[in-house]
Write a protein that binds this ligand. Structure first.
Ligand code: ATP
Length: 255
């Protein structure tokens, strides 16, 4: 993968919630048109990392300040297309193509499937929105018959399809999927992992995906990082993991 350029480069990122270190000196790269995985158990720091990259951390920080809650601070560098984006607001990062599909989907439960998708397309031109909507309905045909159904009445798998579809409508250059397989049935996990690979291949889209359990998603990941207590404890590709049974046992329950 060394010949491919990194679209995203995170250098020595630290994120603190008050005095607690949630992301500790993490560096990672997302190569262009590759699927990069971040694995780690509960509280490893995956969501905090995704929030820092997408900029949502800033919104989160403001909310905490307004509540008089804890201080959130961060240090380090996040380069996207060579530009340091850490000072940029989340909306400006989204305009540059960094789109987060958040953990637990966060779809608009009182809006219909179609409305959810259309809301996702707010940054797209009319023709982009039309083309992407057709693509989303092609990769997730089950959403066709659910167009008029409210988000809150969809199953977990359908909601996740909708969340990914909505994120695609925003015309990402880097699609960030935070635990997309969380709480889904094994067959739906396999299906979604395959679709993630299809999206990556068909659109040439760079994808960063986090998961607690690597097993269902590992086959579609080109390179991955393992986080533990906020720090990177391992990095490599699937073959590297398979050559290290101790790591497999520790982080993936063996293979
Ligand atoms: P999960 O799989 O449970 O979502 P995660 O790997 O995404 O876990 P984070 O949610 O990023 O991990 O949490 C990293 C650390 O930061 C944890 O110790 C967590 O308790 C802490 N943390 C997260 N959000 C907050 C917050 N708002 N205030 C204080 N600590 C927080």
């Amino acid at each position: 993968m060394s010949e491919t350029r990194a679209l995203l480069e995170v250098n020595q990122l630290m994120v603190f919630y008050e005095n607690a270190l949630a992301v500790n000196n993490v560096s990672l790269q997302c190569k262009e048109r590759a699927v990069t995985g971040v694995f780690g158990s509960n509280s490893a720091g995956k969501t905090t990392l995704m929030y820092a990259i997408s900029g949502i951390i800033e919104y989160y920080k403001k909310q905490e300040q307004m509540k008089g809650g804890e201080r959130i601070s961060w240090f380090g560098q996040i380069l996207f297309n060579g530009e340091d984006i850490l000072p940029l607001k989340p909306s400006l990062r989204a305009k540059r193509g960094i789109v987060l599909c958040p953990e637990r989907r966060r779809i608009f439960v009182e809006s219909t499937t179609l409305e959810n998708l259309k809301i996702g397309g707010y940054l797209a031109t009319k023709s982009q929105a039309k083309k992407t909507l057709a693509y989303v309905l092609e990769i997730f045909p089950e959403l066709r018959r659910l167009k008029g159904r409210h988000g809150g009445f969809l199953s977990g798998g359908e909601q996740q399809m909708l969340a990914i579809g909505r994120a695609l409508m925003a015309q990402p250059k880097l699609l960030i999927l935070d635990e997309p397989l969380l709480g889904l049935a094994p067959l739906v996990e396999i299906r979604l992992a395959k679709v993630i690979r299809e999206i990556n291949r068909e659109l040439g889209l760079t994808i960063l995906v986090s998961e607690q359990y690597a097993r269902p998603i590992l086959p579609v990941v080109d390179f991955c990082y393992v986080l533990e207590n906020g720090s990177t404890v391992w990095e490599g590709c699937e073959a590297d993991f398979k050559d290290n049974p101790d790591v497999m046992d520790a982080y993936f329950g063996g293979m």
